[in-house]
Design a protein around this ligand. Structure first.
Ligand SMILES: [Zn+2]
Ligand SMILES: [Zn+2]
Ligand SMILES: [Zn+2]
Length: 410
C-alpha cells in the first residue's frame, strides 16, 4: 500500500493487533498511527514454564494461552483397570500411567482353594487342608484309617468280635470281651463216679461212666448147636451149655468157581461156611457174548455154496456161527467194438479193456479212421464230390479223408 511504501505505516493493522488511531499523511490518505498487541497476549516461556507451556495464537512473540504440557494426559478414563495415573498432576491430569502395586503381586497357587484376594484379584492367602480341621478320633483298639492330615477318621473294631464262636454241647465256659464264647464247659456226666460192678454195668451215662450195676442174671444155655454142646460159664459163677466150636468149611455159591482164569469181566461172591462165616472169593463170568456179522455180511445165505463167508464175532473177540455175502465177481475184460487187443504200427487210438461191472484192465487199439476228424469218407477218388481233403498225420502214418458237397452227390 501507499502507507507502507511511502510512510512505513500500516494501512490496516495485521490481526490480532489493534489500532492506536489513524493519521492522514496527505489529504485523502488514511494510515494507522500505530498497531499494538491486545493485552491477553501476555505469555512467554518466562511466565509460562514448569508443567505449563504457551499455547494459542501469538503476537510479537507472546501467546494468549498457558496450558499444561502435553505429557499430562492420564486420568481415570484412559488409565484404569490394573493401571493408575501416577507422577505429577497438572490441571487434573497426570504425566504417568503405571501398574497398581497390588497388581504386581503374583497370585498364590493353593492346593485347598484361595482364602483371600487383594484389590487386584490376586490370591494373597490360601485355605488350609480341610482334613486338618477334622477332629482326631480316639480309638480303643487302634485307628483303622487316617486322612491326608494324619487325623484318625475311623477306628478298628474290637478284634474279639471277629473271633469264631465255639459250639458247645454243655454250655459255654468263657466268653471274650465281645461276648463270643471261646471255650466250652465239660460234660457234667464225666464228673460222675464210675461204678465198679461185679456182674457188669447195666447203664452208662453220656460220658461212658457206669451209673447202675447189673444184678447177676445167669446166661441161658445156647441152642441150635450144629456140633454138639459143652459146659461153659453162666456169667454168675455157675455153668451152662454152650455150643461146641466147629471147623468152618467154605465153598462157593452155585455157578461160581474159585478161579477167575480166562474170565472177561468176572463177578465176585464170598466163599461161605454153612454157619454163615465167609472167607475168600468166588468168581463167575459176567460177560455174555453178543455175536454179529461184519459189515456187508448177512447171517442168512441166499447164494448157496458160492457165497463168501466170515465168522460171527463178539466184541470180546470170541467167534461163533457164519455170515454170508454175495459170491465174488470174476471180471471178464474185453475190447469195445472196432478195437482189438493187437497193436500194430498204425494203432493210434487206444482205450481200456473193460468188464461189464465197470472195472478196467489192459489196453485196446485201433487205427485212425476219417470219422475221428469229423469227415466221412476215406480215399474217395472222385474229384467232383471233393469239398475238402483232411490229412491225418502222426502216429507214423498218413491217411487222407474227403468231405462231399452233400451226401447225395457222392
Ligand atoms: Zn462155620
Ligand atoms: Zn464175548
Ligand atoms: Zn467185473
Amino acid at each position: 500500500s501507499d502507507c507502507m511504501k511511502h510512510y512505513n505505516l500500516y494501512a490496516t493493522c495485521p490481526s490480532p493487533k489493534l489500532s492506536t488511531g489513524v493519521v492522514h499523511p496527505v489529504a485523502g490518505m488514511t494510515c494507522q498511527k500505530g498497531c499494538i498487541c491486545p493485552s491477553e497476549y501476555k505469555y512467554t516461556s518466562s511466565n509460562c514454564s514448569g508443567n505449563y507451556t504457551v499455547s494459542g495464537g501469538s503476537c510479537d512473540g507472546k501467546y494468549n494461552d498457558c496450558v499444561c504440557k502435553s505429557e499430562f494426559k492420564y486420568n481415570s478414563s484412559n488409565c484404569s483397570g490394573e493401571n493408575q495415573p501416577s507422577g505429577t498432576s497438572c490441571g487434573g491430569n497426570y504425566n504417568g500411567c503405571t501398574i497398581r502395586p497390588e497388581c504386581t503381586v503374583s497370585s498364590k497357587d493353593c492346593t485347598y482353594g484361595c482364602a483371600g484376594y487383594n484389590s487386584c484379584d490376586r490370591c494373597t492367602s490360601c485355605k488350609s487342608n480341610p482334613d486338618c480341621d477334622v477332629s482326631d478320633k480316639s480309638c480303643t483298639y487302634g485307628c483303622a484309617s487316617y486322612n491326608s492330615c494324619s487325623k484318625c477318621t475311623s477306628c478298628k473294631d474290637n478284634p474279639d468280635c471277629s473271633a469264631t464262636a465255639v459250639s458247645c454241647d454243655y454250655g459255654c465256659a468263657s466268653t471274650n470281651s465281645c461276648g463270643i464264647c471261646t471255650s466250652c464247659s465239660g460234660n457234667p456226666d464225666c464228673d460222675v463216679a464210675d461204678k465198679s460192678c461185679d456182674y457188669g454195668c447195666a447203664s452208662t451215662n453220656s460220658c461212658g461212666k457206669c451209673t447202675e450195676c447189673k444184678s447177676c442174671t445167669p446166661y441161658s444155655d445156647e441152642t441150635g448147636c450144629t456140633d454138639g454142646t459143652e459146659s461153659c460159664s453162666d456169667g454168675c459163677g455157675g455153668t451152662r451149655l454152650c455150643c461146641k466150636d466147629h471147623t468152618h468149611s467154605y465153598s462157593c455159591p452155585s455157578g461160581y468157581s474159585t478161579s477167575n482164569a480166562g474170565m472177561i469181566s468176572p463177578v465176585t461172591a464170598d466163599k461161605v461156611c454153612s454157619c454163615g462165616a465167609t472167607s475168600g472169593t468166588c468168581y463167575k463170568e459176567g460177560h455174555s457174548h453178543s455175536y454179529s456179522c461184519p459189515s456187508g455180511y448177512s447171517s442168512s445165505n441166499s447164494w448157496g455154496s458160492s457165497a463168501q463167508t466170515a465168522s460171527k464175532t463178539c466184541s470180546c473177540g470170541a467167534a461163533s456161527g457164519t455170515c454170508y455175502k454175495a459170491p465174488a465177481h470174476t471180471h471178464s475184460y474185453s475190447c469195445p467194438s472196432g478195437y482189438s487187443e493187437t497193436k500194430t504200427a498204425r494203432s493210434c487210438k487206444t482205450t481200456s479193456k473193460r468188464c461189464s461191472c465197470g472195472a478196467t484192465s489192459g489196453t485196446c487199439y485201433r487205427e485212425f479212421i476219417c470219422t475221428d476228424v469229423g469227415t466221412a469218407h476215406r480215399d474217395y477218388p472222385t474229384s467232383i464230390c471233393t469239398l475238402s481233403v483232411t490229412v491225418i498225420t502222426g502216429c507214423g502214418y498218413t491217411i487222407q479223408c474227403y468231405s462231399c458237397r452233400s451226401c447225395n452227390s457222392c
